[in-house]
Design a protein around this ligand. Sequence first.
Ligand SMILES: Cc1cc2nc3c(=O)[nH]c(=O)nc-3n(C[C@H](O)[C@H](O)[C@H](O)COP(=O)(O)O)c2cc1C
Length: 167
Amino acid sequence: MVDILLERKSVRKYTNEDVEKKDLNYILHAAMSAPTARNTRCYSFIAIKDKEIHRKIAAVHHAAQMILQAPLAILVVGDKNVAFEEYLPQDCSAATQNILLAATARGYGSVWCGVYSNKKISEAVEKLFNLPENIKAFSIVVIGKSTDSNPPKNRWQPEKIKYETWE
Ligand SMILES: Cc1cc2nc3c(=O)[nH]c(=O)nc-3n(C[C@H](O)[C@H](O)[C@H](O)COP(=O)(O)O)c2cc1C
């Protein structure tokens, strides 16, 4: 498992190969296995293979152009009426990270495209998917077989670590 954690990287170039249904289900099962505050499981997921919808997403999300080449995207959403207090973004973040790790484990490349913190993008995505007022668009994870052969960067930085206190 640790290898998967260290192997994950953002992948923005893909082959045409489809994501198999069993892999999609594994990825979504992993997403639903993420922790949520008070176990509300406020998330839902929209799996999107339709290229027309991919094009519509690319038109409103400047940093998600890689979706035009990808076979699959997953829109992670959260229900603000179900989430505990203000924990919707944390809950959906954990689910999003699990999607990235599960995709890596199944041999796919993936990238997290932020939605929630950008008012213009989140409103456009919520309109595009006709989401009810209580369902907030959180992230779009783009997934496909990678054509990027660069190894993941080693991000080990011991200077980031302190023990017991800040000083
Ligand atoms: C909250 C969040 C939003 C992100 N949004 C985008 C995005 O819109 N487009 C994109 O190409 N990458 C996006 N990324 C991916 C980051 O650019 C990437 O994780 C970072 O550069 C580190 O690279 P790595 O994932 O390969 O380790 C996002 C990552 C996070 C955590």
